[in-house]
Design a protein around this ligand. Structure first.
Ligand SMILES: [Zn+2]
Length: 440
């Protein structure tokens, strides 16, 4: 009797961990049942992927879906819809919501809410504060928790741990890799008086200069070495840090954002104004080039969008009143595919950064590669599709993107989460099937 599957993906070019091969994939019960399927096999549903590349479901390990918070800006239902339209099968969501996710009760609420409302799978960060340090060892083992997030600088409210003494206490509470926002809060405060309200938007990168980021990272690396606690430095934005981190591979992994690989100062501040303001800031061409070198020499482990929407009216305010943070969950994959087509990285490296990388850094179980037994998460892409990013395409309620008007070659055409198609040809289909990602 011929083999029968729930879903067959035929005639695609598959990006496997060991190389790119033309092969068919059979899915059963939400998992990959076969790589290489006999011609007579049958299935409930067959996708013809002729002319398409079949990637493992791409992961954005750095988003802020603002839920709970302001639904007029973003929420888990809308943000995960944006994710699947943009070709993502999973996102890891940050804890600095309103209220923030810093205790067992709020985490339980979010675990339940995410599983009823998300269109893609989700990992959840728990925020570390000076108050919840004794709880962190337990919280980091919660269902769907990808790790503890520490804002070592630049946060609002109670979500900040900026001093060495408390950072060391955090590192000594628990075992898993901690994700850090690394900017030195003391240097930020010391230099604030040098700038005034209404200064040009480009002052953002002068205030939050290279040394602010590099000093933060040097302090964190000294503490990580002393305590032996693994670190993940989020959104590394300077040539200096990327060079420095090469000597800390035993203890540290790192992320670079698509913005820091795509947008460059001073142009971004002239053209985007408040819509180019993020933390750490977009910097000059020396840092963009260093980012690409670090992508291509393997220094960088993951890339993310740091999707951090704000209301359009607020982004129109003068600097520094316009809040920092840019949308990006829906545009991450198209922009990266455009970089692949421009020859800045290979498709294999992009998949490594968006699948194997997050899996390795955060200890994801059952995702991140096309292999038998793994979750049947797929991103199907058409590398030749040309399209312009338009704001009308953005489904986040805030409604804007800093990539508006960018011409892209390479586009995601289907997103499949554990065997269920959630996006096909620009339409969200099915139902919100998202579950919590499993971590080891
Ligand atoms: Zn962020």
């Amino acid at each position: 009797m011929p083999a029968h599957f729930d879903l067959l993906i035929r005639h695609g070019t598959c990006v496997l961990p060991w190389g790119t091969e033309a092969t068919d994939i059979g899915v059963r019960n939400g998992r990959i049942a076969a790589l290489g399927v006999p011609a007579d096999a049958t299935a409930d549903e067959t996708i013809d992927a002729t002319g398409l590349h079949v990637l493992p479901g791409l992961i954005d390990p750095h988003v802020h879906l603002r839920d709970p918070g302001d639904k007029a800006v973003e929420s888990i239902p809308t943000g995960t819809k944006a994710a699947v339209l943009g070709g993502l099968a999973a996102v890891f969501d940050m804890p600095n919501t309103s209220p923030s996710i810093t205790d067992a009760e709020r985490l339980a609420w979010k675990q339940d809410y995410a599983e009823r409302n998300a269109w893609c799978d989700m990992g959840l960060y728990v925020g570390g504060t000076k108050q919840n340090i004794p709880e962190l060892a337990k919280l980091e083992l919660g269902r769907g928790v990808c790790g503890i997030k520490i804002f070592a600088g630049s946060s609002t409210g109670d979500l900040m741990v900026e001093d060495d003494e408390n950072l060391e206490r955090v590192m000594r509470s628990g075992r898993r890799r901690i994700a850090y926002h690394s900017e030195d809060e003391y240097r930020l405060q010391e230099r604030k008086h040098l700038f005034r309200s209404g200064d040009p938007y480009s002052k953002h990168m002068e205030w939050r200069d290279e040394e602010t980021a590099f000093l933060g990272t040097r302090r964190l690396m000294a503490l990580a070495r002393a305590t032996g606690r693994p670190a993940h430095i989020l959104h590394v934005s300077t040539a200096e840090e990327l060079d420095y981190l090469k000597d800390f591979r035993d203890i540290a992994t790192c992320e670079v954002l698509v913005n820091h690989l795509t947008q460059v100062a001073p142009d971004c501040y002239d053209t985007l104004r408040g819509f180019g303001v993020m933390n750490p800031p977009i910097r000059g061409p020396r840092h963009l080039e260093a980012g690409w070198r670090a992508i291509n020499d393997g220094t960088v482990d993951t890339i993310g969008s740091d999707h951090a929407p704000h209301a359009r009216e607020k982004k129109l305010l003068p600097w520094p009143d316009c809040p920092a943070g840019l949308t990006g969950v829906q545009t991450l994959v198209p922009v990266m595919l455009n970089h692949v087509n421009a020859g800045r990285l290979s498709l294999g490296r992009m998949v490594d950064l968006m699948c194997a990388g997050p899996a390795r850094v955060y200890g994801v179980v059952g995702k991140g590669r096309l292999a038998a037994g793994y979750d049947a998460d797929f991103t199907l892409v058409d590398l030749r599709r040309r399209r312009r990013i338009e704001e009308s395409w953005i489904v986040s309620p805030c409604g804007w993107t800093p990539f508006a008007g960018m011409d892209i070659t390479g586009w995601p055409v289907a997103t499949i989460v554990r065997g269920q198609t959630v996006m096909r040809d620009d339409e969200v289909v099915g139902s919100p099937v998202g579950r919590l990602v499993r971590f080891g």
